[in-house]
Design a binder for this molecule. Structure first.
Ligand code: SF4
Length: 285
């Protein structure tokens, strides 16, 4: 059986940088290390870090209790309020926000200051989007849109200037569709497609492979938004697409009597897991 592994599968630059930062901090053993939220959507890595003494804190309240150590900000980034809280409380921190996300913070900050209504195309409950929202100077002038219905309903009174950005891991095609709907409303619109290159390449490669194979395996954490999107893209091209977190989830019976299988993985999937899946699929068939 032919096995095609996507070259773009696994850690992207921003995730690798954030994970390496936490491991480096933990190895320095200069006091407690905290991450604000799990460093990546991958239980294995989070558990491994926990064994090295790295603690996950989830809320601003819990952050206040981190004065005895160093907080690592993950690649998703955080709102301006979180930076203010860390500074006010005198808490040491290392910022591993991905530079591509940081760029969106700057855009939102600038355009909201200039009086634009900011539209973020993305999932409102995703930490990256929550962080991006937190850089707008006017919360009532900020809208998060993820679906067609929301884009259709979008309407603003008085002001006509709109700045549209995107969550870095949003589906490129869907972003364009939603922008088109908003563009028809006649506002003065600035569109900044901030979907990151790594995501676009990963999605395009996954789509291409899925269209050529009999079965497709998408590996990643269940809560990983970019892996979910990869799964949706692959499923459209290849009905026999499965979403697994680790090798244990793989149902080999689904791969019987097929000639080719493709493998891709989300940005938070460690290489170890991808290699394990690839090796076992090759050995099994
Ligand atoms: S997907 Fe892109 S924006 Fe997000 S962490 Fe990776 S490199 Fe950065």
């Amino acid at each position: 059986m032919e096995v095609i592994l996507a070259e773009s599968a696994g850690f992207c630059f921003g995730v690798k940088r954030a994970v390496d930062t936490v491991y480096e901090q933990a190895e320095q053993k200069k006091g407690k290390i905290y991450t604000y939220g799990p460093i990546i959507h991958n239980e294995e890595v989070v558990n491994d870090l926990e064994k090295k003494g790295v603690q996950v804190v989830e809320t601003p309240e819990a952050l206040k209790g981190c004065k005895d150590g160093t907080v690592v900000i993950r690649s998703h980034g955080v709102s301006r309020e979180v930076y203010e809280l860390l500074q006010e409380q005198g808490i040491a921190f290392v910022d591993a926000t991905c530079p591509f996300v940081r760029k969106i913070h700057r855009i939102v900050e600038q355009y909201s200051l200039e009086g634009y209504h900011v539209v973020i195309i993305g999932n409102s409950s995703h930490p990256e989007v929550e962080g991006i929202q937190g850089w707008s100077y006017n919360k009532t002038e900020t809208t998060v849109i993820s679906k067609e219905e929301e884009a259709e309903k979008f309407s603003i009174q008085g002001k006509k200037r709109v700045c549209i950005v995107s969550q870095t891991t949003f589906n490129n095609k869907k972003f364009k569709e939603l922008v088109e709907i908003i563009e028809k409303k006649g506002y003065d619109i600035i569109v900044l497609n901030t979907i990151c290159d790594a995501t676009q390449k990963r999605q395009a490669e996954a789509k291409k492979i899925a269209s050529q194979v009999d079965a497709m395996i998408v590996i990643g954490g269940k809560t990983s938004s970019n892996t979910q999107k990869l799964f949706e893209i692959c499923k459209k091209e290849c009905e026999n697409t499965c979403y697994i977190q680790t090798l244990e989830d793989l149902d080999f019976s689904k791969l019987w009597s097929i000639n080719s299988v493709g493998i891709t993985a989300g940005a938070s999937t460690p290489n170890k897991i991808i290699e394990e899946v690839q090796k076992n699929v090759r050995n099994e068939f």
